[in-house]
Write a protein that binds this ligand. Structure first.
Ligand code: ADE
Length: 244
């Protein structure tokens, strides 16, 4: 997978070379390039923003540097997905992470201030043979820019690439993969500060363990995220969840 980030803060992306993404780069699974939007400006001050038409607070990222940046980054691509982190985008979920993990080339347009001139996105969306545009929101809160969101989304996507994680089973069992939150986990010692590991987990009875874990998943999901359950299964925290 190829990843191109366009940003006015290229330094934000230094963590990409750490930890797991770092190893994926070394192994050739990922190729990553970070581009400074200001490299596509032509004035002495390397201006990337201007005041909004129609008035209002803040500044808007100008279309010209974005247009040139995208032309350059997309020039050598047959089919790219342009990911635009924005609080007004499609909510980011594990399902969207799985979808993005199937793409060959992700180009990330990281906005700042009040956002990117809408025509940049409209122009890209008008070339569906070359680029698919996906505006993505990390959640219902506002960050200072798209960089942190791009990093978070990248991590969720890249760890799904075949060959990226050592243990594929751990991917299947984790929160959200089956629509439920994960069950609680324990390790040694069996007793710690007066708190014991549930007996069932030490029983060696794999069927009982699987049933207990599933029940924990349903209970946790009902208590913490009832919105994830079908209406028939959703319970509130103060209600008792029947045994499954
Ligand atoms: N940029 C600013 N806030 C954001 C959010 N919540 N999600 C994605 N990108 C953003």
């Amino acid at each position: 997978m190829r990843l191109d980030y366009i940003t006015i803060f290229p330094d934000w992306f230094a963590p990409l070379s750490l930890s797991l993404p770092g190893r994926a780069i070394e192994s050739g699974l990922l190729s990553i390039a970070v581009h400074d939007l200001r490299d596509w400006t032509h004035d002495r001050h390397r201006t990337v923003d201007d005041t909004p038409y129609g008035g209002g607070a803040g500044m808007v990222l100008k279309p010209e540097p974005w247009g040139e940046a995208l032309d350059a980054v997309l020039a050598s691509s047959d089919a790219a997905t342009l990911v635009v982190p924005t609080p007004s985008g499609r909510p980011f979920t594990q399902a969207l992470a799985r979808e993005l993990a199937t793409r060959e080339h992700l180009v990330w347009a990281c906005g700042r201030y009040e956002g990117i001139d809408q025509r940049v996105l409209d122009h890209a969306a008008g070339r569906p043979d070359v680029v698919e545009v996906v505006e993505v929101s990390l959640g219902d809160y506002v960050l200072n820019g798209g960089e942190v969101a791009a990093l978070a989304i990248t991590e969720a996507v890249v760890r799904l690439l075949p060959g990226f994680m050592g243990n594929a089973a751990s991917l299947v069992e984790e929160s959200h993969e089956d629509g439920l939150l994960e069950y609680p986990v324990y390790t040694k010692p069996a007793s710690w500060r007066g708190l014991d590991v549930p007996d069932v987990l030490r029983s060696g009875d794999h069927a009982r363990i699987a049933a207990w874990r599933h029940r924990q998943q349903v209970e946790r999901t009902a208590a913490r995220r009832p919105d994830l359950l079908p209406a028939s299964q959703a319970r509130h925290e103060w209600e008792v969840v029947p045994a499954v």
